[in-house]
Design a protein around this ligand. Structure first.
Ligand code: AMP
Ligand code: ZN
Length: 136
């Protein structure tokens, strides 16, 4: 399969690995938003949250939790953003599910955690909730 992250797992493309187990692989992002920016991926190719198995999703989130603690301590971050994009509309560039772990510091000027907050229309909010609940 012509997937850059599968190739990283296979060792066909070099990476700076920080962790691996039977289900998960973690390596440093080569375009880091901050020092310590790490990516966590499932070994089994899955494009996004809709495709990944529950077992692999569980393994990925467990690794994200474990690595977040190590990154916060090791990099001495004040906080951590966890980011995961699904689909082109959401800005996903690499079609192999990956979770970004992004270390943050007070006053670091990174703006990803804040969007222009505007009070929503309560009718629209409740309507969206009904559409979601109908699918559960
Ligand atoms: P996105 O799909 O938008 O969540 O982001 C893909 C991420 O993968 C970006 O942050 C890239 O910097 C990162 N990336 C792409 N190629 C590599 C690579 N060969 N090694 C490490 N990180 C990569
Ligand atoms: Zn892949």
């Amino acid at each position: 399969m012509d997937c850059i992250f599968c190739k990283i797992i296979q060792g066909e493309i070099p990476s700076v690995k920080v962790y691996e187990d039977d289900k998960v692989f973690a390596f440093m992002d080569i375009n880091p938003l901050s020092s310590g920016h790490t990516l966590v991926i499932p070994r089994t190719h899955a494009e996004n949250i809709f495709e990944i198995s529950e077992q692999d999703a569980t393994a990925v989130i467990k690794a994200v939790k474990m690595l977040s603690t190590a990154i916060k301590k090791g990099i001495q971050a004040d906080g951590i953003n966890i980011l995961q994009l699904n689909g082109k509309a959401a800005g996903q560039l690499v079609p192999h599910l990956h979770v970004h772990i992004i270390p943050r510091w007070i006053g670091d000027g990174i703006t990803i955690s804040h969007w222009p907050m505007k009070a929503g229309d309560m009718k629209e909010i409740a309507g969206a909730a009904e559409k979601i609940k109908a699918e559960l």
